[in-house]
Ligand binder design. Structure first.
Ligand code: GLN
Length: 196
C-alpha cells in the first residue's frame, strides 16, 4: 500500500484524504517535519497560499520538505498547492514564497473576479473530467521541461490546467471536490512507478 501524505496545515485536507483512501492509499496528515518520514509522496491541498507558506515556516515543515522535493520526492499541488510549487508567482503577497519545483508562472486569482469560481470540462488524456476552479491560479507561462497533462477551453482556446515536471505535479483546479478520481489515480500510479 502506498503511503501518501496530505499537508494538513490549512485548506481542503479532508477531501484529498477521502479521495486517496477511496483509491486504497494509506494517508498520513503532515503537520510537522517528522510526519514526512517514510512517505511515498505528498499532496499540497488548495486553500490560501499565503497562509500555507506562513504555516510551513512556523511548523518547521518548510526546510525538510524542500530538501525532499529537491531530491525528486513526488508532490502534487492543487490550486494553492500549485502556487506553492511554481517558480514564479504573479500577484503574490510580498511575504509569500514557494518551493520553485515547477518552471511555470502562475497568477493568483488569475481568472478575474467575475468568474472567481466556475466549473468547466477539463481534457485529461482520453478523459474529460470536471474542473472546479475556485479563485484559481492561472498558468501564464510554462517552460520547456514542463509537460502539460490537462487543458480546459474556457472561452479562450485550450489552456493548461495540470502540469508536471519530473516528480512535481501542479493543478489549478480541485479534483478532490468532485467524485472523479482520475487525477489522484494518475498520481498514485506515478508513485508506484517511482518505487519500482
Ligand atoms: N487564491 C488562493 C491563493 O492564492 C488559491 C485558491 C484555492 O486554493 N482555491 O492561495
Amino acid at each position: 500500500m502506498r503511503r501518501v501524505g496530505v499537508l494538513a496545515l490549512q485548506g481542503d485536507v479532508r477531501e484529498h484524504i477521502a479521495m486517496l483512501e477511496t483509491l486504497g492509499a494509506s494517508v498520513i496528515k503532515v503537520r510537522r517535519a517528522s510526519d514526512l518520514e517514510n512517505l511515498d509522496g505528498l499532496i499540497i491541498p488548495g486553500g490560501e497560499s499565503t497562509t500555507i507558506s506562513h504555516l510551513l515556516d512556523t511548523s518547521g515543515v518548510r526546510e525538510p520538505l524542500r530538501d525532499l522535493i529537491v531530491g525528486g520526492f513526488p508532490v502534487l499541488g492543487t490550486c494553492a498547492g500549485l502556487i506553492m510549487l511554481a517558480n514564479e508567482v504573479l500577484d503574490g503577497r510580498a511575504d509569500q514564497w514557494s518551493f520553485e519545483a515547477l518552471d511555470v508562472a502562475v497568477r493568483r486569482n488569475g481568472y478575474g473576479r467575475q468568474i472567481a469560481s466556475f466549473e468547466t470540462p477539463v481534457i485529461l488524456g482520453n478523459d474529460v473530467v470536471p474542473g472546479v476552479f475556485i479563485r484559481a491560479p492561472r498558468i501564464e507561462r510554462w517552460g520547456e521541461e514542463v509537460e502539460v497533462i490537462a487543458w480546459h477551453d474556457h472561452g479562450e482556446g485550450p489552456h493548461p490546467v495540470l502540469v508536471r515536471q519530473g516528480a512535481a505535479w501542479g493543478c489549478s483546479f480541485h479534483p478532490e471536490l468532485t467524485n472523479n478520481v482520475v487525477l489522484h489515480g494518475l498520481f498514485l500510479d506515478a508513485l508506484a512507478e517511482a518505487l519500482r
